[in-house]
Design a protein around this ligand. Structure first.
Ligand code: AMP
Length: 241
């Protein structure tokens, strides 16, 4: 679950009082719908101590004043670049946090990537890496069909691969699990098509900057996490001190 200040935006203050990790990781996590990015983000947060900053989660928490954005999201379409860029700029303080960050689901278009470059340059913050999780479409479709999420705490389960211990209830907070509105078959088709079209230039952009790390995510989540940590290991400068 993302931090309060990120979710609320505006003047909301950070409520995290845990000590900063020895090394602040600044990562972007990218991957198609169903790849398990949320699960990987949670595991990486636990391992690296960085803050989880998900743009999708901000939209899911948005209230009625964001009805237009929510409608686009339910249809499986991207929210406009303008709206997402504004959302991230409003929360720029989270990008300078001494805990570092895992930016999840942003940038999704080349325009967003360029805007993020400019924002980070203004803030004098360097990205360590852009991690791209990938798998074949049939793996994604199978994961999305069985995904159930807790609307209260954001924890994700899978009917077959990660069933909750009590049917229909979140293991973490006990609230009801449900299917995300944008996980229905029509929305999923649009999301996968959109992802393929808009992400290719973003990946090229980060490949060109030497920041892209491709991770094969067609494996159990512990294996994907281990692969990611191995890929990032050469960047763990503090270990060499
Ligand atoms: P996610 O949780 O990352 O799968 O995002 C859920 C939905 O939120 C997406 O399908 C989009 O409608 C919207 N969204 C999240 N991040 C972005 C972004 N960077 N650009 C445009 N739309 C986004």
């Amino acid at each position: 679950m993302s931090h309060f200040a990120w979710l609320q935006g505006g003047d909301a203050r950070c409520t995290d009082s845990s000590p900063s990790p020895r090394r602040a990781w600044r990562l972007v996590l990218l991957g198609p719908p169903g790849i398990g990015k949320g699960t990987q983000a949670a595991a990486l947060v636990a391992q690296l101590g960085a803050c989880h900053l998900s743009t999708g989660e901000v939209f899911r928490h948005a209230r009625e004043d964001a009805a237009g954005l929510l409608a686009a999201m339910r249809r499986g379409e991207l929210v406009s670049d303008e709206a997402v860029i504004e959302l991230v700029r409003e929360r720029a303080h989270c990008l300078t946090c001494s805990r570092g960050f895992l930016l999840d689901g942003y940038p999704r278009t080349l325009e967003q990537a360029r805007s993020l470059d400019a924002l980070l340059a203004d803030l004098n913050v360097d990205l360590d890496a852009v991690v791209h999780f990938q798998a074949q479409e049939r793996v994604l479709l199978e994961r999305l069909a069985g995904r159930r999420v807790c609307m209260a705490c954001g924890a994700a389960f899978h009917l077959e691969h990660r069933p909750p211990s009590r049917a229909g209830r979140c293991d973490l907070c006990g609230n009801l699990l449900s299917q995300r509105e944008d996980d229905d078959a029509d929305a999923v088709r649009i999301r996968l098509r959109t992802y393929a079209a808009t992400m290719a230039p973003v990946l090229d952009h980060y490949r060109g900057l030497g920041l892209l790390y491709e991770i094969d995510a067609a494996a159990p989540s512990e294996v994907v996490l281990a692969r990611t940590l191995v890929a990032l290991d050469p960047l763990a400068r503090w270990r060499r001190v």
